[in-house]
Design a protein around this ligand. Structure first.
Ligand code: S3P
Length: 161
């Protein structure tokens, strides 16, 4: 049995879907950001502010390399699919789903976010360009792409399960 990885932009519903899928498939669920926060005993924003973004990116790769639980659902952070090495590890060790929502749907979910450092430091236009820049990497990372616009969390979970 594989790991199941959920990839996609911030606000694409990876954590909410991951929790539901874990319940539906009776597999443990891990949110990569939360696991990194636990290991570091710091929030993602604190890690960015103290050590910088590249350090956080290295922690993401370290997590993918070292995580041992074989049968589980993992929701990844929105930047994980950017590194070729990360894409390779995920493809080799699991089944990768890309939750693909268009930017207006994403924006509604992240506009008021106070937690994500990238949202905090960027304008709407910057977040939209980052979205288009990153899209190709999510497609490269994934075995299966699911267009989620207009779907409820339940409908997306049923499609994946
Ligand atoms: C990031 C997305 C966040 C988190 C960090 C950086 C990104 O995860 O890993 O704030 O670069 O897109 P979510 O996609 O779960 O918000």
């Amino acid at each position: 049995m594989y790991k199941v990885y959920l990839v996609g932009y911030m606000g694409s519903g990876k954590s909410a879907i991951g929790r539901r899928l874990s319940f539906a498939l009776k597999l443990p669920y891990y949110d990569m950001d939360k696991e990194i926060e636990k290991q570091m005993n710091m929030s993602i924003s604190e890690i960015f502010a103290t050590y910088g973004e590249e350090y956080f990116r290295d922690l993401e790769t370290k997590f993918l390399k070292e995580f041992r639980d074989e049968q589980c659902i993992i929701s990844t952070g929105g930047g994980v699919a950017m590194r070729e090495e990360n894409r390779r590890i995920m493809k080799r060790t699991g089944l990768v789903f890309h939750l693909c929502a268009s930017f207006p749907f994403i924006w509604v979910r992240i506009a008021k976010d106070k937690r994500r450092p990238i949202v905090q430091r960027s304008t709407k236009e910057e977040l939209e360009s980052l979205y288009y820049y990153r899209r190709k990497y999510y497609f490269q990372a994934a075995h299966i792409n699911i267009k989620t616009d207009g779907m409820t969390l339940r409908q997306v979970t049923e499609t994946l399960a």
